[in-house]
Design a binder for this molecule. Structure first.
Ligand code: MG
Length: 161
């Protein structure tokens, strides 16, 4: 079978919230009394996006590429991880068509930061990539509803070069 000209991928991530830690989503630092418990900066949106891109290019997953046991990724800005993933996707013979991210958070309010988030992602992925970022609450249900954690889903479409 000829290689398909387009591939899609899906990614999911969640990190626990604790008081007094930094809260960074899509590379943007958001003022909030809680932040992520994580080996890296805990940017769930970027981790979900990395996994979507790695899935669509069949290159494994983020935990395999950047093992949490590796001290060089301690506290790492996940934009650096996204840059590495985007380069690997290119090397594997794909251009990124679009990405679509959902952030599931009761608080903080994400909407005021969407513009900065999109600009930040465009600076890594390129201006030609269609970037969508959306946020929703969890209607106060479950861990996200109780503000114990924030989750994110992402999908993407890759175009074979
Ligand atoms: Mg993660």
């Amino acid at each position: 079978m000829a290689k398909i000209p387009f591939t899609t991928g899906i990614g999911y991530d969640v990190h626990r919230l604790e008081k007094g830690l930094p809260c960074r989503l899509c590379g943007v630092d958001i003022p909030f009394e809680k932040g992520f418990v994580a080996h890296s900066d805990g940017d769930v949106a970027l981790h979900a996006l990395c996994d979507a891109l790695l899935g669509a290019s069949n290159l494994g997953d983020i935990g395999h590429l950047f093992p949490p046991s590796d001290p060089q990724f301690k506290g790492v800005n996940s934009l650096i991880l996204l840059k590495v993933v985007a380069e690997k996707v290119q090397e594997a013979g794909f251009d990124i068509g679009n990405v679509d991210i959902v952030i599931i958070a009761e608080r903080p309010k994400i909407a005021p930061h969407l513009g900065a988030m999109k600009e930040t992602l465009a600076s890594i992925l390129g201006e030609e990539v269609q970037i969508s970022i959306k946020a929703t609450t969890n209607e106060k249900l479950g861990f996200a509803g109780r503000e114990e954690g924030i989750a994110s889903f992402a999908t993407c479409l890759l175009v074979r070069q």
